[in-house]
Structures are given as C-alpha cells and as structure tokens.
Write a protein that binds this ligand. Structure first.
Ligand SMILES: Cc1ncc(COP(=O)(O)O)c(C=O)c1O
Length: 405
C-alpha cells in the first residue's frame, strides 16, 4: 500500500525560540519523531512495523506485576529513603557480587527514576560548567544532550565499525585534558550492539579520568563475555536499570553505583531534584531481581533468535552490517547502497514502505550513512518489515528521494 507523502519537517522550529540558550544545543531525538510520525500514519489507518525504538515488546514479568499490585493494594505509596529502599539496594549489591564478583555496599547504590536520572545525577556531580565529557561517536542519542544540560561540553571521538566501534586507547589519551570531567562508555552499546572486550575495559579503567559506564544493556548479550567496569576499578560510576533487561521501561527505575566519597553529593542532589524513586516501582524492581530469572532467560533467547534473523536478512536487502552486534537489541547497518542521508531515508522507508527505523544521524555525525534496526519486536513483525522493505527497495529508483522533504 502506498502511504501519503508527508511534508511536515521533523525538526521543531520552536526549540530555537526558547529562552534558555543552553537548549539551542539540545537536538530533537529523531527516532522519537519517526515514532510520532508513524503514530500519525497509524491514526490515519496505515500499518507500520516498528523497528525504531529500543523498547522491549514483552510484557513485564508476572512477578513484577504481582509485586506492584500487592504494593498498590497495601494502599501506601510513600517517599522512600532518597537512596532507595534498603532491600532493593542490598539485592543490587548481591547481583553485582554474583555476576561480577565485586563487593559493593548498599550505601554506594542510589536508586533512580530510570537510568536517565542516574546519568543526570552522575554528570551533575562530575561536570563543572565548560568542562569536557568524552564520548564515542556513534553514541546513545541523548548523551550529548545530558552533557549540555549540566553545562558541560561533549567531545565526541570517532570510533570505527572495523574495530567494533571501540575506542582507540591512544586517541583517547591524546584527548584527555587536565580538566576533562569524565569519559562516558556504554557496553553493550546503543546503537551498535557491540560489546567492549575485557582487555579494553582494563585499559579504560586505568585512564586518569572519572569513568561513567552505562551498563543498561548488561544481561542482553548473545555471544562472548560481558564484564562490568567494576571488575577493573572501584572508582567508576555505573549506570544500570530495569527498562531493558526486565522489560520495564515505563516503570522508570534505574540505579547508579558510585564511589563512596561521591555518595553524599549524589544523595543531596537526589533529595532535592527527585526526593526518591517511586515506591511501587521499587517494589516491582525488587521482585524482578529476585524472581524474574526465567522470564529474562526466555527473553534473551528470543532476542537472539531475532538478532540472527536480521543479521541474515539485512545483507540480502543490500544493507551491510556495521560491527558485530552481540548485545542489546540493535543492528546498525550501512545504507550506502541506497542513500547518504539517514534521516531522509528513514522517513522515506516509513512513508513509502510502512517500516519505522532510527536514522543513524541520531547517534552522532559518524552515525550518518547508517540506520539502526531494533529487534525489540516479534519475529513475525520483523519478517513482515523485511518483506515490505524488499518490495519497496526493488521498485525504488536509486536517485529518487522518494518523499517530499
Ligand atoms: C544506552 C542507554 N542508556 C540509557 C537509556 C535510558 O534508560 P532508562 O529508561 O532507564 O532511563 C537508554 C534508553 O534507550 C539507553 O539506550
């Protein structure tokens, strides 16, 4: 079915009209805008296959639903300790002990309203105005925006597909300055699905700069090891959460593990900015850690099946896989055969083929020339998406933009 051409720009001009000049640096999240456009198309009666967002398609585990229902029935929804309920912090320590052999104390754990809030808090204690934060390019779309929001300057270092989008340690050293505020790393990574090898983690841990390690995709690894940065240094700030592994994105629950000397500042910030994470969500998360092991194992097996399917199907359509996606639920693929402009191409595929994907430009300038395919969708839907792409790409004129811009 041919969908109507849409002419609305994806960039909202009103962003530039706000009063806070810092917001001029903060870019729209195009994958979200693609999703919003997709929703408009769906509201107009069109069918869209959603491969644009990193949102698990599974229901959250039954034990989570039960724990939350129990907490609601008890009728109380108090503020909790600003660091989070003690049982949950203890369970997080136990998990890191079991999985990674690291000894943590519950008062090093701060339960947050999503990993996103943990990142805001970590950057807030580490970054003074004007200081640089080093990031890879490509990176999770929101990272530079968080850095700008705390008054810092994101410094993006290109990382190449041929080395699985990993940092070159010498290039990193060359970019370190006396006042570099932090190095932000992410493994398994969004948008590439690549996993940082232990040898590189060990080298990163020795750099003379505070490390923030976003481990939100830990557990979603299908090949090879995935080690925590805490196995290599006690000094890192580690972000993690329940949105991905436990299929709980809307519960808005995450945590930050930090060196003891930073906890006073983090706690003060949490008390002021958020008071505490939600009490019902914390009970739900506690149940997830204690009882959701089998649900998680089943989800991981299913993601892996979908990953293998996409790794075979995308090259058949003319996309070339960038790096070795061994974790998270993304495949990052080059689009040279079709377009140089990932945003225009993503919009074209949505409007013309009814398939929503994330444009590579969302993830930094080195992400241009790629699309990110999320396999947080059923195998049946992935198959339908590939069928639609095949049909559309076969009839597409190579030079035709295919959609009004
Ligand atoms: C790398 C990365 N970090 C953090 C987040 C945000 O996670 P949360 O839902 O826990 O705020 C995401 C969400 O997609 C992500 O991909």
């Amino acid at each position: 079915m041919r969908l109507p051409l849409l002419t609305r720009p994806l960039h909202h001009p009103e962003v530039a009209a706000t009063m806070n000049p810092r917001l001029r640096h903060i870019k729209p999240f195009f994958a979200m805008e693609i999703m919003e456009l997709a929703q408009e198309l769906e509201a107009a009666g069109h069918s869209v296959m959603h491969l644009e967002l990193g949102e698990p398609d599974f229901p959250c585990p039954a034990c989570v639903q039960e724990a939350a229902t129990r907490a609601i029935r008890e009728g109380r929804a108090p503020y909790t300790h600003s660091l989070g309920i003690p049982a949950l912090r203890e369970e997080i320590c136990r998990r890191y002990g079991e999985r990674y052999g690291v000894q943590l104390q519950p008062d090093q754990v701060l339960v947050t309203s999503g990993t996103s809030a943990g990142l805001l808090l970590a950057l807030s204690v580490l970054v003074a105005p004007g200081q640089e934060v080093l990031l890879s390019d490509p990176h999770y779309a929101c990272y530079p925006n968080f850095v700008h929001e705390v008054g810092g300057v994101p410094r993006c270092l290109p990382v190449a597909a041929r080395v699985n989008f990993q940092f070159d340690i010498d290039a990193l050293r060359a970019h370190l300055r006396r006042d570099t505020a932090a190095l932000l790393i992410n493994s398994p990574a969004n948008p590439t699905g690549c996993v940082t090898p232990p040898e590189l983690l060990a080298q990163l841990a020795k750099l003379p700069v505070p490390l923030i390690a976003d481990e939100i995709y830990h557990g979603l690894v299908y090949e090879g090891p995935c080690r925590s940065i805490l196995e290599f240094t006690e000094e890192a700030f580690v972000l993690n959460g329940f949105s991905k592994l436990f299929a709980m994105p809307g519960w808005r629950l995450g945590f930050l593990i930090a060196p003891p000397r930073s906890m006073r500042d983090l706690r003060t910030l949490q008390q002021n900015l958020f008071i505490s994470a939600g009490s019902v969500a914390q009970q739900a998360a506690l149940a997830a850690l204690r009882h959701a092991g089998e649900d998680v194992a089943r989800m991981v097996r299913t993601y892996d099946e979908r990953r293998r399917y996409l790794l075979a199907a995308l090259p058949d359509l003319g996309f070339s896989i960038a790096g070795e996606p061994r974790g998270a639920f993304y495949v990052f693929a080059r689009i040279d055969a079709f377009s140089q402009d990932s945003l225009a191409f993503a919009r074209e595929l949505l409007v013309e083929a009814g398939v929503a994907v994330a444009p590579g430009i969302d993830f930094g300038s080195c992400g241009e020339g790629h699309l990110r395919f999320s396999y947080a969708n059923s195998l049946e839907n992935l198959r339908e998406a590939m069928r639609r792409l095949k049909t559309y790409l076969a009839r597409r004129q190579p030079t035709s933009p295919g959609v009004a811009s």
